[in-house]
Design a protein around this ligand. Structure first.
Ligand SMILES: Nc1ncnc2c1ncn2[C@@H]1O[C@H](COP(=O)(O)OP(=O)(O)OP(=O)(O)O)[C@@H](O)[C@H]1O
Ligand SMILES: [Mg+2]
Length: 489
């Protein structure tokens, strides 16, 4: 509708301009023609009258000549005819009205004209036709006529043009609106509605527009585009299904691999203590040991059993679907508590532990026990990494704003970052790739089961966060625990 209105307005504006220009040039041309016609009339009457005056004066005297002029003055109301003398010093009533030096012009023997536009009425055209009566005197017949008739004609012409233009405008705008509505607004509305329905996902209903105009071609192209979109989305669905299937197969293979690693790790981890237990039990059963030795062997059996229990508990931690009991709290105190737990063992190994925290407070929804478990594991790992004396573990707590790395096109949000940095042995690239796998450990038998980081990652992930790590062999490692901030003070 707005398009139709704009086209109509443009159309009408164009017509107005053309009509105005045409009217102006027509009036100008007609005024010129009118003036030329007046001049011709003056000459046509003035020339024979001048001849008659000249010969009448010579034959019958001055009065006859004046009589002739007077008679011709009565011939028309519009045209005024007078007898004038060109020379200066003549009587007032016989002087020419035009401020021209008629002497020069009339002495050449040709008629002259003069237009006076300044007069109160429409202005006048003066024509002087010379009548040579004596050698030294020059007389003339003065014909003058008002432009009032011309102006009335121009006025009438202007009004005629104005009315014709108005009539044309009304007709043209009506016609333009009707054709615009029929041939532009209606099909464009249909196209817009179709585009909207495509946007909402309806690709099946085709749009039919009559005719073979550009808009019908556009409608056909839209239908074609919808068909292609249907084809493309079907193809995409097939591809997505195939990708999901491939992913499931991959996951299955991955699960098998994890089970394999788990089984191998488990066999290795449990094999050693079980061997020790069965050996010591056999020794007691066969009475190979006596007295205090029996007690020592029983204690060893007890120790190995607790080791097995610990491994099984860690394994349960890893495998179990943990039920977190989250509470909204500040993470700072949890970090401090974990440091305090480890500090005595660290001090024995001459490893210092320092905490630097941002002063601002932020609260997260956390299961404090589980997060303490994560942090103690990171701190113990860092402490173990400091093999030389005087190792240093720095813990930093601050808020960061970033997107979750595991979410595609994830929006940036606030996370609390707990950074555990040590200046220990660091890790090689290949070790770095495996540290989150269960049972991956570089520690001696009995020192580590290789479950700490995989359990920790699972816990942090269930809190909606993640763990990242950077490490340089021989220089140290930095582990970052990210937990979503729910509230800022
Ligand atoms: N800060 C660190 N510096 C160097 N290596 C590290 C660090 N933290 C972890 N690692 C490496 O990652 C391995 C896996 O760590 P993870 O905590 O999972 O198991 P672990 O410490 O060996 O045993 P545990 O199950 O008792 O924690 C470690 O054996 C070690 O090789
Ligand atoms: Mg560990």
């Amino acid at each position: 509708m707005r398009l139709t209105f704009k086209i109509t307005l443009f159309f009408i504006g164009g017509i107005c301009l053309i009509m105005a220009w045409q009217g102006y040039s027509r009036i100008d041309r007609e005024s010129g023609l009118f003036e030329a016609q007046m001049r011709r009339d003056h000459y046509a009457l003035g020339q024979p009258l001048a001849v008659m005056v000249r010969y009448g004066r010579e034959e019958f005297g001055e009065d006859f000549a004046l009589e002739l002029v007077e008679r011709s003055n009565q011939a028309s109301e519009r045209l005024r005819v007078r007898w004038v003398w060109a020379q200066t010093g003549t009587l007032e009533r016989l002087r020419p009205e035009a401020p021209l030096d008629l002497n020069v012009l009339l002495e050449e023997g040709r008629a002259v004209s003069w237009i006076d536009r300044d007069q109160i009425d429409a202005g006048r055209l003066y024509t002087y036709v010379p009548v040579v009566v004596e050698e030294e005197r020059v007389g003339a017949v003065e014909l003058s006529e008002s432009f009032a008739r011309e102006q009335a004609y121009v006025r009438a012409s202007k009004w005629r043009i104005v009315w014709t233009t108005l009539l044309m405008l009304v007709m043209a705008s009506g016609l333009a609106m009707v054709t615009g509505l029929l041939f532009i607004a209606r099909p464009v509305d249909a196209l817009v509605a179709r585009a909207r329905s495509i946007g909402k996902g309806d690709l099946k209903t085709p749009l039919k527009l009559d005719g073979h105009g550009e808009l019908s071609v556009l409608a056909m192209e839209m239908n074609l585009m919808s068909d292609q979109l249907v084809g493309a989305s079907e193809k995409l669905e097939e591809e997505t299904a195939a990708r999901i299937q491939a992913l499931q197969q991959l996951r299955h293979a991955d699960r098998l691999k994890t089970v394999g690693t788990l089984a191998a790790g488990l066999a290795h981890e449990l094999g050693t203590p079980l061997n020790v237990i069965s050996m010591r039990a056999a020794m007691i059963e066969d009475r190979e040991v006596e007295g205090d030795e029996i007690e020592r062997n029983a204690r060893i059996i007890g120790e190995q059993t607790s080791r097995i229990t610990k491994i099984i508990r860690q394994l349960m931690d890893f495998a179990r679907v943990r039920h977190l009991s989250k509470t909204r709290m500040e993470v700072g105190p949890v970090v401090e508590q974990a440091i305090e737990l480890i500090r005595p063992i660290a001090e024995k190994r001459q490893v210092t532990m320092e905490l630097s925290a941002e002063p601002q407070a932020f609260a997260s929804d956390v299961d404090a026990d589980q997060i303490t478990q994560v942090l103690t594991n990171l701190l113990v790992n860092a402490m173990h990494a400091c093999q030389k004396e005087g190792g240093r573990v720095e813990v930093a707590l601050r808020a960061v704003r970033q997107a979750h790395p595991e979410e595609d096109e994830g929006q940036e949000r606030d996370f609390v970052l707990v950074e555990v940095k040590d200046d220990g042995v660091g890790m090689r690239e290949d070790a770095l790739e495996q540290i989150f796998e269960p049972f991956f450990t570089t520690k001696a038998v009995g020192e580590g089961s290789g479950l700490g980081l995989s359990v920790s990652y699972g816990i942090v992930r269930e809190h909606g966060g993640w763990i990242d790590v950077t490490s340089v062999e021989g220089q140290g490692s930095t582990f970052g625990v990210y937990l979503p901030i729910e509230e800022r003070a």
